[in-house]
Write a protein that binds this ligand. Sequence first.
Ligand code: PLP
Length: 417
Amino acid sequence: MHDRNKDCLAALREGKTGTWIRPRISGADALGHVISGGDVDAAAERFVRFAPILTMLFTSGAWDGHIVSELLDFHGPDDANWLVKGDHALPMTGSIKARGGVHELLCIVEQIALSNNLSLDRLTTPEARSILGSYRVVVASTGNLGYSIGVVGRAFGLVAEIHMSADAKAWKKDRLRDIGADVVEHACDYSETIARARVAAENRRDTMFVDDEGSRHLLTGYAVAADELARQLDARGVRVDAETPLVVYLPCGVGGAPGGITYGLKRRFGDAVATVFVEPVASPCVMVALASGLASPPSVYQFGCDNGTIADGLAVPRASALMLDAVGEAIDAVVAVTDSAMLDWVRTAWNRSALRLEPSAAAAFAAHAPFNLAAKHEPEWPRLDRATHLFWATGGSKVPDPEFTALLSPDYADAEG
Ligand SMILES: *Cc1c(COP(=O)(O)O)cnc(C)c1O
């Protein structure tokens, strides 16, 4: 095993911040063939098709039904101009799951409509709702995926059965029960919860399982975000090329969200973009998969990690094999960050820019310093002082006030144990 891999696995055993970095930035040729550019374009068209229906189902405000987030300026350390992709404030769900998770759900609804001869523009009629109500969607989640599938699935009238791992926050479960979703609680980690939910969905009539470890529709839904970002950068006159590369910091759980976005970004910008996956030191599932070089993704427990983290969105012991097939060779770096660094950035993002982020989202910022230090020592990496640094804020705007106030308190880490 290469030294860089050994060093990073050793740091993990000690629960320390660590970085795994490729010798050079990968290009579009590093992308796998699990999904295609055509699949991503089809996902983008599906979002457009459904926009008028989503406005009817989610009428609050003047929303046009398009799942788009703002590109925001952020004042980084040493007067650095950073950019933030504001998916924490995405419509309907307040997290990045509004892209992949909702795309998967739209595929399911479309399939039901097709097999029942329902046209999309009649999907909100009582007749359509009673048909949709005879179908069940089953999903496993650490919180946000289940929350998103539950909220949007119920809005369409589907029966929603959400299997929550031990990491899930109480408010997400309560909110789901309030809207009539069936919440099934499991006292185990996320990988095991997926396995149990998969079994629960098997051999049941009119039941669809949203497979976070193995769904192409999740990946393509996330990948659409890359084209949205490219348009926003272009509109701002931000150039992305070899002299001024784009570095994107992406919080990572199973890897579907950062993986899909990596696919879309590499497709468009090739090696002018570097994607940095960010994981908790306790749950570095993509880091151990890449650093160990094992053919099927290992579990973090094998590397001395316990998967215990305040970042519920990232508390995943085993990465998605499908995602690794799709973009494993194209991930440029993985950074493992501590819970306390995430909490520091929850506070900083709030105090500096009134960004309401959950720890999973704030993790992106915590990766900047360790990653840039590591890149400096790599002879074949470009200098990154002229790069555009973009942090993907993946969730948090729907965190209730008491929870968020607790996160801001200096005692939070102690309170959580
Ligand atoms: C789901 C989630 C992620 C990571 O997505 P994966 O597809 O699991 O890698 C990151 N941040 C937040 C807030 C999330 O909910």
